[in-house]
Design a protein around this ligand. Structure first.
Ligand SMILES: [Fe+2]
Length: 330
């Protein structure tokens, strides 16, 4: 065989049958100078999604309550699921009297409650009420279920690290053999529940973050989950942040207020309940109209653990200067 490999063409033909590729002959490069712009910045508007979720509440069977959610699929070509590379977000609705059966999975999950009272989550046998502004954690492999005994429809934003688990091939999932955990104790405070009033109280005394991306900022947990960090940010009316980029992928959920986030020279308008995806290494800044609160979920703990967290505050630039000569957004 070696004798017949006397031309590059013959060499490349030989590659095909052996699942090898020459490092000088790659069809796509393996290394590049800085993070590529794969996933795109995007905003999901709660006001647009809510009627669809309500319709799903009427049309999709109650037994599917744990899956009756709307996944925020990043609109980059070829993507079918993830919101940013490592995380997925979804809007979920639980109606009065409904129960989502207990299950557990290796992906970490959290919920950011938008509206409605009278809904409870049970995590490893501890039942806590979920109220607007609260953030509830479901760590990897913890049993969890939800139920509503109130009169409100309850809406929340789920964030999970499922796309990262897919990448790392670590997925395990199972349903509880008895549908629900049999021993359940009620608790108002729990390490898995961050109450809105506590966050507001802590923000009163919190410092301005060093990167200038909020007026005040606190972290929930340290970090909240092994793969996901949570920060609650407060912005006074007319607040303007620095221009910043980080290798961490971020998902912002607007708890209250309105404004816009500039990314790559484009303004993304937002208001209560909206979710904004800011993929890694996109320079962004916030411009707030009314006093606002956002919860930022990011993969910072993962990036930090593997030595790949890079962050920088950039010099402020007029938006027009961030386009090249042909008008392409840089
Ligand atoms: Fe789950």
């Amino acid at each position: 065989m070696a004798q017949s490999l006397n031309s590059l063409e013959a060499l490349y033909q030989a590659f095909d049958g052996m699942s090898v590729e020459g490092g000088w002959h790659r069809r796509t490069p393996a290394l590049w100078p800085e993070p590529r712009k794969n996933f795109v910045p995007f905003r999901w508007r709660y006001a647009d999604v809510k009627p669809i979720l309500d319709a799903a509440g009427r049309l999709v069977d109650h037994a599917m309550a744990d899956r009756r959610n709307l996944t925020m699929t990043n609109p980059v070509q070829g993507n079918l699921y993830a919101t940013v590379r490592t995380m997925v977000a979804a809007y979920q609705l639980i109606k009065p009297g409904e129960t989502a059966d207990a299950h557990r999975h290796t992906p970490n999950a959290l919920r950011i409650i938008l509206e409605g009272r009278g809904t409870f989550t049970v995590v490893n046998g501890v039942r806590v009420e979920m109220r607007p502004g609260d953030v509830l954690l479901t760590p990897s492999w913890a049993w969890h279920s939800h139920s509503s005994n109130g009169t409100d429809d309850c809406y929340w934003v789920d964030v999970l690290d499922v796309p990262m688990v897919h990448l790392m091939e670590g997925m395990f999932f199972e349903r509880h053999p008895d549908k629900l955990e049999s021993r359940v104790a009620d608790a108002d405070s729990s390490p898995i529940a961050f109450r809105w009033e506590d966050s507001v109280g802590r923000l009163e005394k919190a410092a301005t973050p060093a990167n200038g991306m909020a007026e005040r900022e606190i972290q929930l947990g340290d970090p909240a989950l092994r793969t996901v960090a949570l920060h609650v940010q407060r912005f006074g009316a007319d607040f303007k942040s620095e221009l910043f980029r980080t290798t961490a992928n971020s998902l912002f959920t607007v708890i209250r207020g309105s404004g816009r986030t500039w990314v790559d020279g484009e303004a993304i308008e937002w208001s209560m309940g909206d979710v904004i995806a800011i993929p890694a290494w996109r320079a962004y800044r916030h411009e707030v109209d009314t006093e606002s609160f956002m919860v930022r979920a990011s993969d910072e703990p993962v990036m930090r653990a593997i030595g790949m967290l890079r962050e920088e505050v950039l010099p402020a630039q007029p938006e027009a200067q961030r386009r090249d000569a042909s008008g392409v957004v840089l």
